[in-house]
Design a protein around this ligand. Structure first.
Ligand SMILES: Cc1cc2nc3c(=O)[nH]c(=O)nc-3n(C[C@H](O)[C@H](O)[C@H](O)COP(=O)(O)OP(=O)(O)OC[C@H]3O[C@@H](n4cnc5c(N)ncnc54)[C@H](O)[C@@H]3O)c2cc1C
Length: 603
């Protein structure tokens, strides 16, 4: 839609830049930003020696290599560099994507999708029902995510400890220290009510009116909540430098301590030492391709010749995210049948609420998502779903709006200024998916998107529909005049309009009748996901369906020197936004691996 009509964002009145910024092509960070931002750090990328021979492999060596610079990889790199570089150990970070300069951000949605999102926007599931969104840029998902920084809740910690063998990790004092360390490094801060914009205020008030206890959502804004509040464009990149994604924090630390950063290398497989035995494969490094990351001024040409890359290393940490890591393990002749299975995605379903014409919301105004609505006030049981506001960029929030009829559709999207999109984030229970081998694009050697299969179970779909109905109640009680569930429904159920003069629209007989009909209709197709988990899970026993040994820091069973440190490690869905947990596990893994290297094990 955005591509077809570049005038759309103007028609919606959506500002390409947060109101407190003025775009400026060459200048350092905008001086109109309330607090001057600290100077940003541009990585000093290692330049690969160019060879003129087409067939020649570009080859390097390193004692440790981390593949992927996102939540898991970034944290791991910082700790390993800090502990080991001073001892003369070489640490290398390999990332396929390029660096996005804060002065270029926030980018308009179309070029942003090209340069910072996996598959130039999203990867569709095999059945076409789901859209998986990933960040592929220096800093991975942490550069373009919403910055919400939540810890695992006690019932899930318990489940992962008792059922999935992670007691030794999660219940240790050291893991608590790891969590504390990552929280502190990113300056995780809880917003106050004064930081809520109009949209979050509606959600907060509506939740309380339906009897739920909403909570403010902590953000990794380096303690600069007042400044962070002035920006609403988190998913399009943070210009002020408040958001402490790994590119602004851990990767800077890693580089300062001596880690070598390489961008534009896509790893395809692990290579094994000839000393490997049938029961233990010994890591010798990685193979991949040199790729040209898309930049904001150009897209890679498919005429770029293939260049092979090899990095020799006895230790490889895979942090390429839960949709990519299993494809690399599969391509490396590892045969554990659990690799790529057990995919969890937190399917997200949306409700679009519209306020009265004399109550504009200005959805682009201020920090997008500051309020979490639990779907139950009972904290002792794992929560089936949660509600939170969707990032307001049109490409994100309008993508799922159902289309019934052209005039009505146009009217709805042109009311964007009055809209609030509330998301039901389902904690997938018995739904599960799998990630299959990625296809290889022929000419440039770039690896294509992974093949994702996912079955949204009846039980989880029932959770989703309850979340959708609850979202409608929250929005109506908070002040919306009309709600539109973003699921396929018969036209007569497409939206609910608050009865004239109703004091409590969500308890009116009209709403109850409509909600019952929506419930009976159910939902299935049309979810989106930015949380990918579980495809190479950690456990404590090679025979328990896990792929890695959690206590050793994620070493892949049956290997020496290969580790998985990213969202793939989760045994089940985390039920909370995953970044902080991935980072905690990253810190845990790096401490284990550093100890191992210092002790000379595995040499
Ligand atoms: C729009 C959006 C908003 C989100 N908001 C939040 C939020 O507010 N809070 C939260 O907790 N979570 C959020 N998330 C999720 C969170 O960002 C991810 O769960 C997290 O970043 C995943 O970390 P990771 O280490 O598994 O992988 P990633 O952070 O995805 O990093 C993987 C990196 O590996 C690189 N890579 C991939 N394949 C290769 C290869 N073959 N060779 C070399 N490099 C490769 C990628 O380019 C990428 O940089 C959001 C996600 C999205 C998409």
């Amino acid at each position: 839609m955005l591509k077809a009509n570049p005038l759309l964002t103007s028609a919606l009145e959506y500002p390409q830049f947060p109101p407190s910024y003025t775009p400026n092509e060459n200048d350092p960070l905008d001086p109109s930003c309330a607090t001057p931002a600290p100077p940003f750090h541009k990585p000093n990328f290692h330049i690969l020696k160019d060879t003129s021979e087409e067939e020649e492999v570009i080859e390097l060596e390193s004692d440790i290599v981390i593949v992927g610079s996102g939540a898991g990889g970034g944290v791991c790199a910082a700790r390993l560099a800090q502990e080991l570089c001073p001892l003369g150990v070489t640490v290398t970070i390999l990332e396929k994507a390029g660096f996005l300069c804060p002065t270029d951000m926030p980018l308009p949605e179309m070029p942003l999708a090209q340069v910072a999102y996996g598959n130039a926007g999203a990867i569709t599931t095999r059945d076409g029902h789901g859209l998986c969104v990933t960040g592929e840029t220096w800093g991975g998902g942490t550069t373009i995510n919403w910055g919400i920084s939540l810890e695992l809740e006690p019932p899930i910690t318990q489940e992962w400890s008792s059922k999935y063998g992670l007691k030794g990790v999660l219940e240790s004092e050291e893991y608590q220290n790891c969590q504390k360390h990552v929280r502190e490094r990113m300056g995780v801060t809880v917003p106050e009510e004064r930081h809520f914009n109009k949209a979050n205020r509606v959600i907060w008030d509506g939740a309380r009116k339906v009897g739920l206890d909403p909570v403010p959502l902590p953000h990794n804004c380096g303690g600069r909540m007042d400044e962070h509040e002035k920006c609403s464009h988190c998913s399009r990149g943070c210009r002020s430098g408040c958001k402490q994604g790994t590119a602004n924090s851990f990767l800077v630390d890693a580089e300062k301590m001596g880690a070598r950063c390489i961008s534009g290398v896509e790893v395809t497989k692990i290579i094994w030492s000839p000393e490997s035995t049938p029961s233990e494969k010994i890591c010798a490094g990685v193979d991949g391709w040199i790729v040209t990351p898309p930049s904001i001024n150009s897209t890679p040409s498919n005429k770029t010749p293939k260049r092979k890359f090899r990095l020799l290393s006895p230790r490889v940490i895979l942090s390429t995210g839960a949709l990519r890591t299993p494809t690399i393990l599969q391509a490396s002749s590892l045969t554990n049948p659990s690799i790529g299975k057990n995919l969890r995605v937190h399917p997200c379903l949306l409700v679009y609420g519209l306020t009265a014409p004399d109550h504009p919301i200005d959805p682009w105004d201020s920090t997008p998502t500051t309020v979490l609505v639990p779907t139950t006030n009972d904290k002792s049981i794992p929560m089936k779903s949660k509600l939170m506001r969707m990032d307001p960029s049109p490409g994100m929030s309008l993508t799922c709006l159902p289309w019934y009829e052209p005039t009505e559709y146009l009217k709805t999207i042109l009311s964007y200024k009055h809209s609030i999109t509330l998301v039901t984030v389902v904690r997938d229970s018995d739904s599960s998916g799998e990630v299959g081998k990625a296809g290889t694009k022929t000419v440039s050697g770039e690896v294509g998107p992974p093949d994702i299969g996912y079955t949204f179970s009846a039980k989880d779909r029932a959770t989703a529909i309850e979340g959708i109905i609850l979202s409608c109640k929250v929005l109506l009680e908070g002040g919306c005049k009309c709600v539109i569930p973003c699921i396929p429904l018969p036209p007569h159920l497409a939206k609910f309009t608050s009865p004239e003069g109703a004091e409590s629209p969500s308890t009116s007989s009209e709403f109850l009748k409509w909600a019952e009909a929506v419930r009976r209709h159910g939902c299935g197709m049309g979810w989106i996901s930015g949380h990918h988990m579980g495809t190479a899970r950690w456990g404590n026993n090679a025979g328990d369906g896990s792929v890695c040994d959690g206590e050793s820091g994620g070493r892949v069973w049956g290997t020496k020197g290969v580790y998985v440190v990213d969202g793939s490690a989760f045994p089940t869905a985390s039920g909370v936004n995953p970044m902080l947990t991935i980072m905690g596990l990253g810190e845990w893994a790096a401490r284990r691996i550093a100890q191992e290297v210092k002790g000379g094990e595995g040499e």
